[in-house]
Write a new protein. Structure first.
Ligand code: ADP
Ligand code: ZN
Length: 709
């Protein structure tokens, strides 16, 4: 096969099985490499489209692609999605019975399965059976960073995968990961024994994620922001990451009390509860999961619309991985990071208690710098990951609302002298209370209400003071005595500022409410929502119902970009639906009607489909060369009904290739008997063949007569 015809074939299959008309960057290069027998290492961000890189070769190569993945929880969803697209797939893992596993392995041996998902331990355990029985076209090792001790998710089972290359020499191996630095990547190649692999590294920039940092003091404000997200995205899902398990539970309770559907997830919950929370989230039964970092790995949901960090993450890698779970489908998604100096102090304690103080402290430092930066946040992130961006992104809070600076000397004087007057024995919370003139019992007991600076900072809110004191620490005017209950001290530089010997610039704290009102970009109430969005929301509800009835994850029906395109282009027939990216023939016919009905209703047309639609559906599947039995299955009708459709389509000269529906011998027997047989012979014919097949034969005969054959 020439390179060009291979490319055309790949494009055809992409359209036919996935409904997409072009490849994402890198996908074809990778597919081309493995289908010509070369190994490959694929490094792409989450949402980059890795799965397609090994799924499409499964359709191009003879035999079966074996996908090794540690995420058993995901396998069944992926298999369901593949089957919905008409690709024979199955999974072998420890969460299903041995009999089931054995049957699947046998089916693989007889070539009935194109994609087989398997956990590493199962692959290794049954290695001999694999070698003997299954014709394997390629191995895909997903989450390949698990093989490396350098990575953050080392799994001993993975190191034994080196035997794959030994036992299956000459079979291409593709290693895929979303998280790997250079060291890890080289380690993957070495340990798997890959031979001159194609190395593909995709850009890690995710322009569809908006980035926002909110300097925050309190719970009230955080809850207000989260509430706003929940109102803005009533039919979508989001994640809130909290630092502690307790934090996740408390927030869950609060949001529940406010009337939102939410779940809580952390490692301290029983496995059963965790599985339930995860399922509720993937099925879209809850709007939000309040979780610790334990949540995320193994969530295959491309339409998470927002991620909020309730507390500062410990490093940029975790932060980026966690926000990266949003918007994998490429649609605009929002991320918010709440930053307060208390979080930094808390994290620093963690680090001291952990065994690796140096490197983790440095990483936290970077995280803090990011949160406090006054330059485009995406540029900063990308440069951290070693990618150069030569322009500001226009989709982060700094770009959209550049911070302004002001002369903060007076604030430093107020804060600094309060610290000195309390003998440097207060932390950030009490200092704020003193400045704001709080009448809390503790303040009065200690006599802080009698010092000269008590109440001099009433004009600023607690949040503002928190933010400014944080900046003063960052600027080196104040320091935190970690060994003395986090009390604040004034540095010599701070003394200079207090005595007016140096001037200090602070960054204006933008109160969340202010920015919201100021930009006038408030979400309009649902009543006046723009029509595309309105229909989009309705289609999501249709999808939920369709997915529930089919026991499928919602996205296995249609993903969000497909629904959005439907809401924009408003297809009114199944044929129109095929022009939507992500809609394959099978899915158009299987699920399309409900969506078209919703669109037609929205457009004020009658919801029922135009006459002849059911024939058109059969024609679409016929043209896509879907086998007869499968057409009946997709349409949920009997094979007889489809045969009558086909006969009708032949009568109308809409179909001219019908060889696959009837054998030449059957055709000739039927026509000979019909045309020349006596009554008993004809009776016998109707015994031997179904009405549908006989009518089909007649239509074919008439077709030949009409067309002069
Ligand atoms: P990854 O495994 O890298 O996180 P996925 O394979 O889950 O990413 O793909 C993310 C999303 O992108 C999915 O919704 C998928 O259907 C979509 N996608 C993948 N390839 C294409 C393509 N060529 N055109 C349009 N959408 C695509
Ligand atoms: Zn920016």
């Amino acid at each position: 096969m020439t390179a060009e015809s291979r490319r055309l074939l790949a494009l055809q299959l992409l359209k036919k099985f996935y409904g997409y008309s072009s490849f994402r960057p890198g996908q074809y290069e990778i597919i081309d490499a493995v289908t010509t027998g070369r190994d490959a290492v694929v490094l792409m961000p989450t949402g980059g489209g890795k799965s397609l890189c090994y799924q499409l070769p499964a359709l191009m190569l003879e035999g079966c692609v074996v996908v090794v993945s540690p995420l058993i929880a995901l396998m069944n969803d992926q298999v369901a999605a593949l089957i919905a697209n008409g690709i024979p797939a199955a999974a072998i893992h420890s969460n299903q019975s041995e009999t089931e596993n054995r049957t699947i392995l046998e089916n693989a041996a007889t070539g009935k399965i194109r994609l087989l998902y398997v956990s590493p331990e199962r692959l290794l355990a049954d290695m001999d059976a694999w070698v003997r029985n299954v014709r394997i076209s390629m191995f895909a090792i997903d989450e390949a960073h698990c093989i490396s001790q350098w990575g953050h998710d080392f799994r001993p089972d993975y190191t034994r995968l080196s035997v794959v290359k030994e036992r299956f020499p000459g079979i291409p191996v593709m290693a895929l990961t979303a998280t790997a630095d250079r060291l890890t990547r080289d380690d993957i190649v070495k340990q798997l024994g890959l031979v001159n692999p194609l190395r593909w590294t995709g850009s890690f920039n995710r322009p569809n994620l908006s980035l926002k940092v909110i300097q925050s003091g309190g719970k009230k404000q955080k809850v207000a922001v989260i509430t706003e997200m929940l109102r803005k995205y009533p039919n979508d899902s989001g994640i809130v990451y909290t630092l502690s398990r307790k934090g996740a539970e408390e927030l869950g309770k609060t949001l529940e009390m406010l009337g939102f559907r939410c779940a809580v997830y952390h490692a301290g919950l029983p496995a059963e509860d965790r599985a339930k929370a995860q399922k509720a989230f993937t099925d879209g039964d809850v709007q939000v999961v309040c979780a610790t970092i334990a949540f995320g790995m193994g969530i295959d949901k491309s339409n998470i619309r927002w991620v909020v960090h309730y507390n500062l993450p410990g490093n940029i890698e975790s932060y980026y991985q966690e926000i990266g779970r949003a918007g994998r489908d490429g649609l605009p998604s929002e991320t918010v990071l709440f930053y307060s100096y208390q979080d930094v102090i808390m994290r620093q304690h963690f680090i001291e208690e952990s065994g690796r103080p140096l490197i983790t402290a440095e990483k936290l430092d970077w995280m803090q710098k990011f949160a406090e930066a006054g330059i485009c946040r995406r540029r900063m992130l990308m440069s951290y990951f070693g990618e150069v961006m030569d322009h500001d992104c226009g989709n982060c809070d700094v770009c959209l609302d550049p911070p302004s600076r002001f002369d903060g000397s007076v604030l430093v004087q107020k804060a600094g002298s309060a610290i000195i007057r309390t003998d440097q024995k207060v932390g950030i919370l009490i200092l704020t209370d003193i400045l704001r003139g709080s009448s809390r019992a503790e303040i009065r007991q200690k006599g802080y209400d009698r010092i000269k600076t008590y109440g001099v900072g009433r004009d600023l809110s607690t949040q503002e003071w928190n933010a400014y004191i944080g900046q003063m620490i960052q600027l080196g005017l104040l320091e935190v005595a970690y060994d003395e209950q986090n009390h604040l001290r004034v540095t010599p530089y701070g003394m200079d500022a207090i005595y007016g010997r140096v001037k200090v610039e602070l960054t204006t704290f933008s109160r969340y409410e202010n920015t919201k009102k100021g930009t006038g970009k408030q979400e309009k109430p649902a009543m006046t929502m723009d029509p595309v969005k309105q229909l989009f929301e309705q289609l999501k509800q249709t999808r939920r119902a369709v997915a529930a009835a089919a026991s499928l994850p919602a996205e296995a029906v249609f993903n969000d970009p497909a629904l959005l395109e439907m809401a924009t282009k408003r297809p009114a027939t199944v044929e129109d639906l095929l022009n939507i990216s992500g809609v394959s023939e099978r899915k158009a016919v299987r699920y399309g009607k409900r969506f078209i009905a919703a669109i037609r209703k929205f457009e004020g047309m009658s919801a029922s489909m135009p006459q002849g639609s059911t024939y058109k559906e059969t024609l679409i599947l016929h043209n896509a060369r879907v086998p007869l039995g499968e057409i009946a299955d997709i349409k949920g009708v009997k094979v007889e009904t489809i045969l009558s459709h086909l006969a009708h389509l032949i009568d109308e000269d809409m179909i001219s290739d019908f060889a696959s529906y009837i054998s030449r011998r059957d055709f000739e027997t039927i026509i000979r008997t019909i045309d020349g047989g006596v009554k008993t012979e004809i009776d016998k014919l109707y015994n031997d063949y179904s009405n549908g097949l006989i009518n089909l034969a007649k239509s074919i005969r008439n077709y030949h007569l009409r067309n002069g054959r």
